[in-house]
Design a protein around this ligand. Structure first.
Ligand SMILES: [Zn+2]
Ligand SMILES: [Zn+2]
Length: 369
């Protein structure tokens, strides 16, 4: 990305060798995530020029000094939150908030704040210490997770962002229990992963809410028990109507509602859909100036609802990527349905158009060789 609101350009860049604790990865595949588009259109801040892409998988090409966790030839999934395992939040079981990586994400560089890409001697930044819309990238070794070399790259890549975020929101953030009722607003790649996670957790009812008939059909295929077309009327009433009534004749609402759109109205809807004592999880990436209206009386006091933030599915990257890769390889996790299409790198701008039109769960860039 040269600058905001400009189409991505394919350019030959210089890539420095990995420094201490870093690895160079030859990319096999990279998903095109809504957050890449958000970096282009300014919803998310980004340093420019920048190599976007943060949902990658590939093969370790070479390792820098001191790297023992992986070696050349290892197949890996790339994470966009380096997790140090030693800071205050990592030690308290919240590695998604690693204190070492917070500044890194904004710097456009790796852990030392500098990028490994350059053009004519000037730095080209890396999105979230990552940068995967490229044949080769160099990242911190703590950002890569070794996976089974038999796992196809286009499926493995999804573990790096969408699947980790959606499944983690269910398993780590909300901790949905067996028999729970769940609603999901927005059924793109992340929302569908919420459905996969809810199904795996044994949720009794999974209600998918979207405005796209195609995505709702996909949601049903992946385990949604009910679908609500949000363009056809009030989605809160529609979800409530599917969740039974209390002895007082009031609609009950769901135990958990996941908002995967990133807008204020849908976060408010998620909160309204939950039952008394229910939990709404804000998963979608909002604009930086977005705010919501919250009734302290109705939501927090009278009905003891919980509204929970969620970044990266509250995931422990090493633990969870390996778990989901293992589940996929054993046929327990249907990632195949999430890959709407595979494309060459040159088609990345077309993939952005497809996201804007709401056409796809995921376009995944596949690199040859
Ligand atoms: Zn993403
Ligand atoms: Zn940490």
């Amino acid at each position: 990305m040269k600058g905001q609101d400009q189409p991505l350009e394919i350019t030959e860049l210089d890539l420095a060798d990995p420094k201490d604790g870093e690895v160079m990865v030859r990319l096999g595949a990279c998903g095109v995530c809504h957050s890449d588009l958000s970096a282009v259109n300014g919803t998310l801040p980004a340093m420019t020029p920048c190599v976007l892409g943060h949902e990658g998988a590939g093969v370790v090409e070479k390792v820098g000094p001191g790297v023992t966790s992986v070696g050349p030839g290892d197949h890996v999934v790339l994470s966009w939150v380096p997790q140090c395992g030693r800071c205050y939040t990592c030690l308290r079981g919240q590695p998604q908030l690693c204190e070492m990586s917070f500044a890194t994400a904004l710097s456009g560089g790796l852990l030392d704040g500098t990028s490994r890409f350059s053009l004519d001697g000037l730095p080209v930044y890396q999105m979230t210490a990552s940068g995967c819309f490229t044949e080769y990238t160099t990242v911190p070794s703590i950002s890569v997770v070794k996976v089974d070399p038999d796992m196809p790259f286009d499926k493995a890549a999804l573990l790096g962002c969408g699947v980790l975020t959606g499944m983690g929101a269910v398993r780590n953030t909300a901790r949905v229990e067996e028999g729970a009722t769940v609603a999901v607003i927005g059924t793109g790649g992340v929302g569908l992963s919420v459905i996969l996670g809810a199904k795996l957790a044994g949720a009794a009812q999974i209600i998918a809410v979207d405005i796209s008939a195609d995505k709702l059909e996909l949601a049903e295929g992946l385990g949604a028990t009910d679908v609500v077309d949000a363009s056809a009327g009030n989605p809160v009433a529609a979800v409530q109507a599917l969740t039974g009534t209390t002895p007082a004749g009031m609609p009950r609402g769901v135990d958990y509602a996941f908002e995967v759109v990133g807008s204020a109205p849908t976060v408010e809807q998620a909160l309204m859909m939950t039952r008394r004592g229910g939990t709404a999880v804000a998963v979608g990436v909002p604009r930086m100036d977005a705010t919501i209206n919250l009734s302290l009386f109705a939501h927090l006091f009278l009905n003891e609802r919980r509204l929970v933030g969620c970044v990266y599915g509250s995931s422990n990257v090493q633990r969870d990527v390996q778990l989901y890769a293992d589940l996929y390889m054993r046929g327990r996790l249907d990632l195949d349905a999430l890959v709407s299409r595979t494309i060459p790198l040159d088609d990345v701008n077309g993939a952005f158009d497809a996201i804007e039109k709401g056409e796809v769960a995921r376009s995944v860039i596949v690199f040859d060789g």
